[in-house]
Design a protein around this ligand. Structure first.
Ligand SMILES: NC(=O)c1ccc[n+]([C@@H]2O[C@H](COP(=O)([O-])OP(=O)(O)OC[C@H]3O[C@@H](n4cnc5c(N)ncnc54)[C@H](O)[C@@H]3O)[C@@H](O)[C@H]2O)c1
Length: 435
């Protein structure tokens, strides 16, 4: 493989929430490791901001991907952080051009495209690392270390609940960018690819045998709209006072300073960080629509039952109907129980015949003052280190071939769900994709 030295040169493709806010800032924290050298972004304001924030010369600011890909190779890495359906048409030419890729999840909303991306990574000998940030979070690292240290013996069964939270769910999957599976991905792919990936990792890459799934869009539909509602919250809705989804409450009453600081989700609504601009966005934009009157089709609840080799069984619940967002995991072992809550970073260990003890992730990985995204930073550290130390493509914690397995399980669960809970044999399903 080519010789790559620190600081590794990076082109950001898609300077949105992930590209601009989760990955690019790492170059300011660790300029010795990473340098943002180019940016591809059609939104002129974001492109200009990237130019000024990272001192990118004009000739390396591209408003179109075609211009970027036809220009000479300008970086070691392309971080592809565009929307789900764009990943395939950008990752393949970028690898063929010679870029190593850090690719946002999902690899693609189409299973065959996912396989092709993995194949092109192999053929071109380019790293294609998928941003399965959970594997790099300190909470999951701790949970995994408890399992690998044999604290609960062998895994027998897992109960896994992804609590999406009514606020983030309606923000992203009812009003927001991921509300329509025709435009982006079904929930089983958008969220489920992370869940399947982390389960595979925790279980220790045992082979999944079969699964079945049920789920529907049960609540965020016209039929459940309250009496007197309007199509938009600011258009005379008579149910506004009692509606928790009222856009004014959700976005204008954010904690003091949140608008000016552009905290999530405000930066999804507008790049101009003033109350007037947020008000205009809810008056006319997507985020001011009544949550019962959107063009959303993603499920708001789904269950997936999975059988792994060695008789391990797993049940997964993904639900919008919770107060906050977290992932709850109960891992039943031959010698004890592990229970974890990702949001609070707490893990409870109960060895059979012993006391239930609570561990906090902060005791193992002390928290930092700022609001830095530690999982994304850990992922970048690992990725850049792999490149600089000459690790061959195909290796690494979230190499494309590893991530592909979880994606295939996610696609299989969606296939089952739309076929009324059909039992899907994973090997048969995978073989049909290859043909
Ligand atoms: N790893 C994670 O945990 C995680 C979390 C959230 C989102 N994601 C994924 O990250 C990706 C980006 O999400 P986001 O929230 O940053 O979206 P976003 O919409 O904020 O950002 C996408 C950016 O791509 C730009 N863009 C559009 N067309 C382009 C083109 N042809 N070339 C270059 N840029 C183009 C858009 O203008 C926008 O700025 C999605 O695939 C999403 O599913 C991953």
């Amino acid at each position: 493989m080519d010789n790559i030295n620190f600081p590794i040169k990076v082109a950001i493709v898609g300077a949105g929430i992930r590209g601009m806010h989760a990955y690019a800032p790492f170059s300011k924290m660790r300029p010795d490791l990473m340098e943002v050298i180019a940016c591809v972004e059609p939104n002129p304001e974001r492109l200009a901001k990237m130019g000024s924030d990272y001192s990118i010369p004009q000739e390396l600011l591209f408003s179109s991907f075609d211009d970027f890909i036809s220009a000479p190779l300008c970086a070691d890495v392309a971080i592809i952080a565009t929307q789900d359906k764009q990943h395939y048409s950008q990752a393949i030419p970028a690898m063929k051009k010679g870029y190593h890729i850090l690719l946002e999840k999902p690899i693609s909303p189409d299973p065959k495209e996912c396989m092709e991306i993995a194949e092109v990574s192999r053929q071109t000998n380019r790293h294609c690392v998928v941003c399965h940030v959970l594997r790099f979070s300190n909470y999951y690292r701790l949970l995994k270390s408890f399992i690998d240290d044999g604290k609960i013996g062998d895994i027998m069964n897992i109960q896994y609940i992804e609590e999406l939270g009514w606020y983030p769910y309606t923000q992203s999957y009812v009003r927001g960018d991921w509300r329509n599976s025709q435009v982006t991905s079904p929930l089983a792919i958008a969220k489920g690819c992370h869940d399947m990936d982390i389960l595979l990792w925790l279980i220790g890459n045992k082979k999944p045998i079969a699964l079945s799934s049920f789920g529907s869009l049960k609540y965020y539909t016209k039929e459940n709209a309250p009496e007197g509602h309007a199509l938009r919250c600011l258009d005379g809705c008579k149910a506004k006072a009692d509606c928790i989804y009222d856009a004014e409450k959700m976005y204008m009453l954010s904690e003091p300073g949140a608008i000016e600081r552009g905290e999530w989700p405000i930066k999804k609504l507008t790049s101009v960080l003033t109350r007037e601009s947020v008000y205009d966005a809810i008056k006319t934009g997507l985020y001011g629509k009544c949550v019962y009157e959107c063009d959303n089709d993603l499920v708001d609840n789904q269950i997936i039952n999975i059988q792994f080799e060695a008789g391990i069984t797993v049940s997964v619940t993904i639900t919008a109907f919770t107060e906050g967002g977290t992932r709850l995991t109960r891992i039943f072992g031959s010698q004890g129980l592990l229970e974890g809550d990702a949001a609070s970073g707490q893990i409870w260990l109960t060895p059979f015949g012993g006391e239930r003890v609570c561990y906090s992730v902060d005791d193992f990985f002390p928290p930092t003052d700022d609001k830095e995204d530690r999982s994304s930073n850990n992922l970048l550290l690992d990725f850049l280190d792999m490149l600089a130390s000459g690790v061959k493509p195909g290796n690494g914690l979230t190499a494309i071939n590893v991530s592909l397995q979880g994606h295939i399980m996610a696609f299989a669960s969606e296939h089952s769900r739309v076929n009324s809970g059909l039992l899907v044999n994973i090997e048969d399903y995978t073989n049909k994709l290859i043909i």
